[in-house]
Design a binder for this molecule. Structure first.
Ligand SMILES: [Zn+2]
Length: 323
């Protein structure tokens, strides 16, 4: 029987989502379940994943022989080649867990795992904003900054499979402290915390702004203030946008990709962030036309991880995806 499908699984800290994905990136009915904090122990979560994958197969009424395998996207330091989760921030007890081999035995299907941002990048490359080009860098802009690099249609994993940690490239050597312990990392200057910190600094300077009345500052509240014409909110995004452009310039200079694909909640403020970022890129990328890299917004939304997990399976198992 011809194999046609892959099952994509998105393993979040509190939630599992899975669906059948065909070779055009179309997803079937979404199967979901929650993970309570006390259920995060390895065997529990693996059992839940096996259950949900079996549920996808039975609800879609397909035969196992039609499936190339299952691809699981999860955050953390993942050995994709050997199917091992070395560490995941969502599951503190998970150290060097052989996720693939355990689930393969239970499910009688090939099972692959990859970092969720790498999955997002592969999904966007084949079925989202990166369709039709060979080299893209994807980044998620939210609480932190994650990255996934595709070179010549292939996910670039690096020598210890840690490539794409763009959130921790240094932008300002003595800049603000980052969660990783270093100073001046890209995400310490551009992600959620940086936007809130910049807003607080502006308020402390007694600048006239709607944000002074906001109880819980967030990127969304800054965006809403900017939408109401608040100059300070626009100034905040201008500052953050310049740092965003500085980081993107580094990426363009190193890899010269056709596209940089940006996802994550903060990208909703693109109309304020992208113009200063573009200005910075024009200033910093001088060795080749900066326009050769297009900055675009991700298209797959919340299903990117799941579709990307399935895409990795197609890439490994299906000839049509290998060229
Ligand atoms: Zn850092």
């Amino acid at each position: 029987m011809n194999k046609k499908y892959a099952i994509g699984v998105d393993l979040g800290g509190t939630h599992i989502a899975a669906a059948l994905v065909d070779q055009s990136g179309k997803t079937g009915k979404l199967q979901e379940c929650d993970i309570a904090p006390e259920e995060r122990e390895v065997n529990n979560v693996l059992n839940k994943m096996a259950l949900i994958i079996n549920q996808v197969i039975s609800e879609e009424k397909i035969k196992r022989e039609e499936i190339f395998g299952a691809g699981i996207a999860l955050p953390g330091f993942i050995d994709t080649i050997n199917g091992i989760c070395h560490f995941s921030p969502n599951f503190p007890g998970w150290t060097d867990i052989r996720v693939s081999s355990i689930l393969e035995t239970t499910l009688d299907l090939p099972v692959m795992i990859l970092n969720d941002v790498n999955a997002f990048a592969l999904g966007e490359k084949y079925f989202g904003a990166g369709r039709g080009v060979k080299n893209i860098i994807c980044m998620t802009l939210g609480t932190g900054i994650g990255g996934g690099i595709i070179i010549d249609n292939k996910l670039h994993l690096g020598s210890s499979q840690g490539a794409g940690e763009i959130g921790h490239m240094t932008i300002v050597p003595d800049g603000p402290l980052c969660g990783c312990g270093n100073k001046g990392c890209f995400e310490a200057l551009v992600a959620r915390g940086a936007i809130i910190k910049t807003a607080k600094e502006m308020i402390d300077k007694n600048k006239k702004t709607l944000l002074a009345e906001v109880k819980d500052l967030s990127p969304l509240s800054v965006f809403e203030a900017a939408e109401k014409g608040d100059d300070v909110a626009k100034e905040i995004f201008d500052k953050i946008g310049r740092y965003l452009g500085t980081g993107i310039s580094n990426l363009i200079l190193i890899l010269n990709p056709e596209k940089i694909v940006i996802g994550g909640r903060i990208v909703n403020a693109h109309k304020y962030l992208f113009p200063p970022a573009q200005k910075e890129i024009k200033k910093r990328v001088k060795m080749f036309p900066p326009e050769s890299t297009e900055i675009v917004i991700a298209e797959l939304g919340s299903q990117a991880g799941l579709i990307g997990g399935a895409t990795y399976v197609f890439q490994q198992k299906c000839e049509a995806f290998k060229s």
